[in-house]
Design a protein around this ligand. Structure first.
Ligand code: PLP
Length: 363
């Protein structure tokens, strides 16, 4: 008897799952995490809060995530010099889940999303997962978003959702505030500004534009600057109407008591955790300067990583770096690789390894 074929949705057949290779090497610079592990102070706060939460684990968590939304609204108000109330904040298991909830509510069958490539692959993937048509447009030669072509794309496509990644992953490019405002003005649907790297940027946060543009949604995460990738906490800042809409698609009790407790504990240490931002920017700039000195092409970065190119075969270069114990990211964009800013020691190891492959003409 022939084996039965599973009734997998047509658009998912033959597709690969997304995720960077998790390879065990000494220097991991491939997923833009903060390389500094939580201090004993931060760990102690997390343990205390989680211990408390554990005493009530027979109960479901707070479904409306009240305490954490309060703490996040205080953080984001201070960080962006913009008053933001808890009703405008909505957290989930990583900003990827926030993006998925947004597409479940505002995308779906018969709906279209516009994105500017190259950009974060999860944007098109959440579209695929939710049955939303994804319309890619190319960024300019320098990987900025050309305002006139963006507005033309918005007029042509009339998208329900526009993705603007700023600073952009993988290129590091920040999008000008004025361009975001113009896109929000022209867009008939929502405009999602993915600010996963907002804490590293020289551009002000799009949170400052929310009062003038009710269709703007700013998505942020605790996975990068906050050094909390393992806890899975991301959030959006938007109008109360957007937050209300997400209540229709979110799973009940989506954010565990343990996760809520962990995030609340980390937010007691904002100054310490964000203290690493300046250190990482320093390492990023050192990496950029060294790569440039080796004759490689380096894009200006507003994030905690460097996008660099000039390889004949980026995949061979990636492999040669892995062979030396340094893991960077190959996003299959010809000639280019991405490397996260690490500790000073990791940066040294990275620079030595790249110098080696250039000298040996590996790629
Ligand atoms: C890393 C990253 C995220 C973060 O995802 P989490 O689910 O919050 O860990 C979101 N957007 C972009 C552009 C990223 O690079």
């Amino acid at each position: 008897m022939a084996p039965k074929t599973l009734p997998l949705r047509e658009e998912l057949r033959g597709q690969k799952s997304y995720g960077a290779p998790q390879i065990d090497v000494p220097v991991k610079l491939n997923t833009n995490e903060n390389p500094f592990a939580p201090s004993t102070d931060v760990v102690a706060s997390i343990v205390a809060r989680v211990t408390e939460a554990a005493t009530a684990l027979n109960r479901y968590p707070d479904r409306t995530v009240t305490a954490l939304r309060g703490a996040l609204s205080e953080y984001i108000s201070a960080a962006t010099s913009t008053p933001v109330g808890p009703e405008s904040v909505w957290p989930a298991n990583g900003s990827n889940e926030v993006l998925q909830q947004l597409l479940q509510a505002f995308g779906g069958s018969g709906h279209t999303a516009l994105g500017f490539e190259p950009t974060f692959p999860m944007h098109s993937l959440v579209c695929r997962g939710t049955g939303t048509r994804y319309e890619p447009r190319q960024r300019a030669e320098d990987f900025s978003i050309d305002r006139a072509s963006a507005l033309e794309a918005v007029r042509d496509i009339r998208p329900d959702v526009v993705f603007v990644c700023s600073p952009n992953n993988p290129t590091g490019t920040a999008v000008a505030h004025t361009s975001i405002a113009a896109i929000a003005e022209a867009a008939p649907g929502i405009v999602i500004v993915d600010e996963a790297y907002g804490e590293f940027s020289t551009e002000p946060s799009a949170v400052q534009l929310l009062s003038q543009h009710a269709n703007l949604v700013v998505v942020r995460t605790m996975s990068k600057a906050f050094a909390l990738a393992g806890a899975r906490v991301g959030y959006l800042v938007a109008s109360r109407e957007v937050v209300d809409a997400l209540q229709l698609v979110r799973l009940p009790y989506h954010l565990s008591s343990i996760t809520q407790a962990t995030a609340l504990a980390a937010l007691e240490h904002v100054d310490e955790l964000l203290g690493y931002v300046e250190v990482l920017k320093g390492q990023r700039d050192r990496m950029a300067a060294e790569l440039q000195a080796m004759g490689l092409k380096v894009l200006p970065s507003d994030a905690n990583f460097v996008w660099f190119g000039g390889f004949d075969d980026a995949h061979s270069a990636w492999q040669a770096l892995v062979d030396q114990g340094v893991l960077v990211r190959d996003l299959s964009i010809p000639g280019y690789l991405r490397a996260s800013a690490g500790t000073p020691e990791q940066t040294d190891a990275f620079i030595t390894a790249v110098r080696h492959i250039i000298k040996e003409k590996v790629a």
